[in-house]
Ligand binder design. Structure first.
Ligand SMILES: [Mn+2]
Length: 332
């Protein structure tokens, strides 16, 4: 099927309806730690998908943060965007037990707060900022049906999708309110709680997209349209700080270095890709103890604190259990 300039033809049941770019609320969520990777992501997205208007929600962004972000986008020639602030007030989730998510829990939660407030007739297109796009994502719209959620599987044999990118019909339900309940009930049960939540909300009406739309380490393919650097090790982190295995193969990390190099050098990059990759890696390594974009040592602190906290909790639970047992025994 051929695309018309400004809209997609979408099969909905037996009928065919049309979704315009304006019908899709495309958004990302960033915090001040994630400005640079988000620019890499947006630059690559814009290059291959120039017709989409992306709303960037900055967590607790002040006016100055918004101005700075807009200036970055302007410098990169990205014109189709909106920058807004979203408050994290009230988002005090206790997620410290989960070492990998403790510092992105608010980003995970904010997307549902945003979805709750999107006009009901719109479709939702969300993507993470630890991603880059290497091709157009237009073809993914071909499978969009009402009430459905489209994404790439979390792993080959799990029913839920990986939340790095998803396209969803807006059910105009209270996403955030429902998420709070789901979170409180399941926070110790699931590692990928936002993905499990979406799976439940859409009642498993999920259309699985081909791997090329979210190549994320567990799911790889030779020619991706989007690469997702999942896990706690990202290309933009100082590698010496990390003892973790990167989930995403090195050749995909090189793609990220190339785009970052281009942005850093004001888009006047040479065409010597090996040089770009090597120079960018050296640049990141030379930043010292802090990763380029997200302070990993901070994450390690959190892991340590979480470990200590879990240890204390486990210990106090055992002590409490023993005291209860002792008291009960005394009653008899
Ligand atoms: Mn991600």
């Amino acid at each position: 099927m051929k695309f018309l300039p400004k809209h997609f033809s979408v099969p909905c049941g037996d009928t065919v309806s049309v979704v315009f770019y304006d019908d899709i609320h495309t958004f990302i969520v960033v915090d001040n730690n994630y400005v640079e990777p988000s620019l890499v992501c947006l630059y690559s997205f814009h290059k291959h998908n120039p017709d989409f208007v992306v709303t960037i929600y900055g967590l607790d962004f002040c006016e100055e943060d918004i101005d700075n972000y807009q200036q970055h986008l302007h410098d990169l020639g990205i014109t189709t965007y909106k920058v807004e602030s979203i408050s994290t007030a009230g988002m005090n989730f206790d997620y410290k037990w989960n070492i990998f998510y403790s510092d992105i829990i608010n980003i995970m939660s904010a997307k549902f707060k945003i979805m709750e407030n999107i006009e009901k007739e719109k479709y939702i297109l969300y993507f993470d900022t630890d991603t880059i796009f290497t091709d157009s994502i237009k073809p993914m719209f071909m499978d969009l049906h009402q009430r459905e959620l489209l994404g790439v599987r979390y792993t080959e044999n799990k029913p839920e999708i990986n939340c790095g990118i998803f396209l969803a019909a807006n059910l105009h339900v209270k996403y955030y309110t429902m998420y709070l309940d789901f979170f409180n009930q399941n926070r110790l049960k699931y590692f990928n709680i936002d993905e499990m939540f979406l799976s439940e909300v859409y009642e498993h009406h999920i259309v699985y997209l081909p791997k090329e739309y979210n190549t994320h380490g567990f799911i790889t393919i030779e020619h991706p349209r989007m690469i997702h650097y999942i896990g706690s090790v990202k290309p933009f982190m100082h590698k010496n700080l990390s003892n973790f295995q990167c989930c995403t193969p090195q050749r995909y990390a090189d793609e990220w270095y190339k785009v970052y190099y281009k942005i850093k050098n004001r888009l006047n990059a040479s065409e010597d890709f090996d040089k770009q990759v090597a120079e960018t890696k050296t640049y990141i390594e030379n930043l010292g103890n802090r990763s380029l974009l997200r302070p990993l040592e901070n994450t390690i602190d959190k892991i340590f604190c979480a470990g200590v906290k879990c240890g204390v909790n486990v210990l106090s639970a055992i002590v409490k259990h023993l005291i209860d047992k002792y008291n009960k025994a005394g009653e008899h």
